[in-house]
Ligand binder design. Structure first.
Ligand SMILES: Cc1cc2nc3c(=O)[nH]c(=O)nc-3n(C[C@H](O)[C@H](O)[C@H](O)COP(=O)(O)OP(=O)(O)OC[C@H]3O[C@@H](n4cnc5c(N)ncnc54)[C@H](O)[C@@H]3O)c2cc1C
Length: 415
């Protein structure tokens, strides 16, 4: 089987498919594992999947271990500080990890058993139906043409597999009215496991430091209608950020500089991917490629982990009937995705208040919260929506093969 994309969904699926006895190849466009990105939440059903994969302890060891979150004013003064778990709406075993660390954990778990091809991309998919053979013929930008039983598009929001098998991405993307960028920078504010937010009408900026990281991360988000740009043109994305934040105070000029200096700059729209179906013949989509819920949902990574578990479990149970497996995978996932898409729309609206009045009201409420007798109730209420999304699926118990013994990693080959 061929998986396109070595982000979160791809390596997670590779893990399960190998465990079920399938031979797996993963092709990744980037020349090496992409470890950029913001901190991501692992909650609810995703925690259960991580536990079944045996990576929950690795995640806990790599937890961001955030202590506090604060809003600052234009001079950098903390005007409202809250414990990080309230700030992040985390309960029970919910955890938070840097996206890059999770990618590394998944890659290290699978690299001995899976063929990773870095620096290549699929260019065409030709299903062999009607030729007396089964599977799909795949051509690559660099590597030789090969045949696979199934192809999984786990290649993210701007999926190439989706474009080749289903059509142009504009058909499936729904813009939620904002853009977000994340990048590494020096810990110039000397933060210790703390995140500082500075809100401006229609814009949100953040700097944070998390456990075990020598540096800090910057985040810039702004409201905007859909913008025309090439999603691989970093220079244009940096210019868009400069334009959106021109003349703004606090640390923003420094953040804009840091974005230009970073080697892991990430920029993308808040988009939903909405599709009527996720499979066509021997090709199926997974993770953001199938149902991106945007960073506003806070569930994209969890959904990628859960989707990988469900797709692999259904394929293993299908006894050679991928069409049946794909249908059951969709049936299991659809409700979970719908709840999180609805939450993403709500959170995208609430993320960036549009007026100073709304911003001041939010600051006031956050400042008062720790002193309110009913603060725990309010915190639970805030977390309720997020929890509803994170638990909107009951995981089936697919027959679990034993965990294979660890083997030394095999080398990976660039194409
Ligand atoms: C560098 C990076 C930073 C991110 N930062 C954030 C963040 O700060 N906040 C947030 O909420 N979400 C972020 N995301 C998105 C988040 O990782 C996903 O929403 C979520 O984890 C779902 O994972 P996924 O595996 O479906 O997609 P992704 O994590 O996006 O992984 C997709 C993978 O496919 C690869 N790929 C793309 N095109 C091709 C191709 N043609 N051929 C082969 N491989 C291809 C990409 O390089 C990537 O490695 C980021 C994604 C990336 C790639």
């Amino acid at each position: 089987m061929l998986i396109s994309g070595a982000g979160i969904a791809g390596p997670a699926l590779a893990y399960w498919l190998h465990r079920y006895g399938f031979a797996v190849t993963v092709v990744e466009r980037a020349p090496e594992l992409r470890t950029g990105g913001y901190k991501v939440d692992i909650r609810g059903a995703a925690i259960e999947v991580a536990e079944r994969m045996g990576i929950l302890e690795d995640i806990q060891r790599s937890s961001t271990d955030m202590q506090t979150g604060a809003y600052v004013n234009g001079s950098g003064k903390r005007i409202a500080t809250l414990p990080a778990d309230i700030f992040g709406a985390r309960v029970d075993r919910d955890d938070e990890i840097m996206r890059g660390k999770l990618t590394q954990i998944l890659y290290e778990r699978t690299r001995a058993d899976v063929d990773y091809l870095f620096g290549d991309s699929i260019t065409s998919l030709t299903p062999l139906t009607g030729t007396g053979e089964h599977g799909v013929e795949v051509t690559f930008e660099r590597g030789a043409t090969r045949r696979f039983d199934l192809v999984v598009g786990a290649d993210g929001l701007h999926s190439t597999v989706r474009r080749l098998a289903f059509g142009p991405e504009a058909r499936f993307l729904r813009h939620l009215g904002g853009y977000l960028s994340a990048f590494s920078m020096e810990n110039e504010l000397g933060l210790d496991r703390e995140e500082l937010y500075h809100a401006l009408p229609g814009k949100l900026t953040c700097v944070y430091h998390s456990a075990g990281e020598p540096g800090a991360k910057g985040l810039l988000g702004f409201r905007s209608p859909l913008l025309e740009y090439d999603h691989r043109d970093t220079g244009r994305q940096l210019d868009l950020l400069d334009g959106a934040f021109a003349g703004d105070g606090w640390r923003i000029p420094r953040l804009l500089e840091a974005a230009r200096e970073a080697d892991d700059f990430y920029f993308d729209g808040l988009h939903l991917v909405q599709m009527d179906r996720w499979s066509r013949g021997p090709v199926v989509l997974l993770g953001d490629a199938a149902h991106c819920a945007s960073p506003a949902s806070g569930q994209g990574t969890g959904m990628a982990l859960v989707g990988a578990y469900v797709l692999a479990g259904e394929l293993a149970a299908a006894d050679g009937d991928p069409a049946g497996a794909f249908a059951r995978y969709e049936a299991e996932m659809r409700g979970y995705v719908a709840v999180n898409h609805a939450l993403a729309e709500k959170f995208a609206r609430e993320m960036t208040p549009m007026t100073w009045w709304q911003i001041r009201l939010r600051h006031l409420m956050l400042r008062m919260l720790p002193h309110m007798p009913w603060k725990d109730w309010v915190a639970r209420k805030v977390a309720e929506d997020v929890q509803r999304g994170a638990r909107a699926i009951t995981l089936k118990d697919y027959p679990l093969p034993p965990v294979p013994a660890a083997r030394p990693a095999r080398p990976t080959y660039a194409a």
